[in-house]
Design a protein around this ligand. Structure first.
Ligand SMILES: [Mg+2]
Length: 244
């Protein structure tokens, strides 16, 4: 049964070359990984901060605006947490159990509408897909329950390291089975936590500009290899992260 195929290929003569190039190219793409962040990449965190507004008895507008100001003024990754001081709740950690009880598990409506279809779209394009993020360990199972089907997943609380620590990115590579860092793209909304450390780890850094951090941050040195505004756009343009 193989003979007719070979014969058919021979019949094409010179046309074989482009076909061989194409299969080589597809072979290369299949070994590439796209690793997705969670907050403001897959998940819209509106309900997170709405829940905090509820706990603090603050109008949502006030809390969201002060959060935005704090993100804008932050010089270091965690400086935005100053917003808890601005709203006079430096003791906010004490309310964590209350937060967890009110927020509960991730819900389908917390996922950005393009989240699940982008994961499928990336797979259809031959990429292996993973999720690693700064999140409580329980989010792993919650994401799987919502239909986030990926080849590897790791939450910082379970990994024992968090962004922007370089160890988070080396641990991420281990989770993927230790591919070359250059074959891995990391997609996240924050320049400080996602773009800079993933690029420093030798990965292709893809900046998704959505959510408050994504819109307020800047990348003056142009470190990101690709900038997109949605995961739908990511699926369309992901190859470009390797062209940059
Ligand atoms: Mg994020």
């Amino acid at each position: 049964m193989r003979a007719p195929g070979r014969k058919g290929a021979e019949r094409h003569g010179p046309a074989r070359a482009p076909s061989q190039e194409l299969s080589t190219r597809i072979g290369q793409v299949k070994q590439r990984w796209v690793v997705l962040d969670v907050g403001e990449t897959l998940v819209d965190e509106t309900r997170v901060f709405r829940t905090w507004a509820e706990i603090f008895g603050l109008p949502e507008f006030t809390l969201m605006a002060v959060l935005g100001g704090s993100i804008s003024n932050a010089d270091k990754p965690d400086d935005w947490r100053r917003f808890f001081e601005l709203i006079q709740r430096p003791d906010w950690q004490d309310s964590r159990p209350d937060f967890e009880a009110r927020y509960g598990s991730l819900r389908r409506e917390d996922l950005y509408p393009d989240a699940l279809r982008a994961i499928e779209g990336l797979k259809e394009r031959g990429y292996r897909v993973a999720v690693t993020a700064n999140q409580p360990a329980r989010r792993h199972g919650e994401l799987v329950a919502l239909g986030v089907g990926v080849d590897a997943m790791g939450m910082s609380d379970a990994m024992g390291v968090a962004k922007p620590d370089p160890a988070f990115f080396s641990r991420t590579l281990e989770l993927l089975g230790s591919p070359p860092a250059g074959d891995v793209a990391y997609v996240g909304d924050r320049v400080d936590n996602d773009v800079l450390p993933s690029a420093a780890a030798g990965m292709r850094a893809i900046w998704i500009r959505r959510g408050p951090w994504g819109l307020l941050h800047e990348d003056p040195r142009g470190v990101a290899h690709l900038v997109v505004r949605s995961l739908d756009e990511l699926v369309e343009r992901v190859d470009e992260a390797w062209d940059a």
